[in-house]
Design a protein around this ligand. Sequence first.
Ligand SMILES: Nc1nc2c(ncn2[C@@H]2O[C@H](COP(=O)(O)OP(=O)(O)O)[C@@H](O)[C@H]2O)c(=O)[nH]1
Ligand SMILES: Nc1ncnc2c1ncn2[C@@H]1O[C@H](COP(=O)(O)OP(=O)(O)O)[C@@H](O)[C@H]1O
Length: 211
Amino acid sequence: MYMSYFSRLFSAMAGPRPVVLSGPSGAGKSTLLKKLMKEYDSVFGFSVSHTTRKPRPGEENGKDYHYVTREAMQAGIDKGDFIESAEFSGNMYGTSKAAVQDVQAKNLICILDIDMQGVRNIKETDLSPIYISIQPPSMEVLEKRLRDRKTESEESLQKRLHAAKVDMEFSKEPGVFDVVIVNDNLDEAYGQLKHTLLEEITKVKKINMSS
Ligand SMILES: Nc1nc2c(ncn2[C@@H]2O[C@H](COP(=O)(O)OP(=O)(O)O)[C@@H](O)[C@H]2O)c(=O)[nH]1
Ligand SMILES: Nc1ncnc2c1ncn2[C@@H]1O[C@H](COP(=O)(O)OP(=O)(O)O)[C@@H](O)[C@H]1O
């Protein structure tokens, strides 16, 4: 009884529920979340991960990722600065405690764009987010989108496609994701994403208007 009162009080104090977006590389996570952050810039905040991969043209250090060396990243992990970290396609990625705290301190809904290892690890924490999987309509469409994006070498592309197969199976495991959205038509997928988040968006708008 008391526990449930205090845990509810604590979760209210900790602010709105974070949102995890996961799914294969190329499924459209960044496209969808950029659209969302643009439409609701005073509602959502992006958890800026650390990575050892090189920035792509147009990406900004501190905005898309914190670009670091393997040594620096490992040192941060060893110090306990990270909530979770994973190796993906030959690079390290991780969510620092500070990345999430920075967003939550502003009373915004924290969005995490993480792979399936990240999802598994976040499930072991008390972050308690809404888990959303973004899936492509098919492997063929995914490959075409990744090729057209022109960000990957052939080797990196193949690694991503291999990981995508595993990810598509993972998204079907019962109880892992609250919602699975197939990103075929972008506007439709975006509509589904907004619908899923409507309740949290309304809550945050109310709280932030009254403060
Ligand atoms: N576990 C984990 N995965 C992450 C993190 N940041 C990004 N990722 C995932 O790493 C994968 C590769 O990301 P990226 O190199 O930006 O390529 P993209 O997904 O093809 O745009 C994607 O599945 C991301 O969701 C993180 O902090 N932790
Ligand atoms: N519904 C869609 N229809 C066609 N192309 C899309 C759609 N959604 C995303 N894309 C394109 O597919 C590529 C991969 O999307 P991106 O958002 O980078 O995926 P992710 O962040 O999941 O790796 C990008 O070039 C993007 O413009």
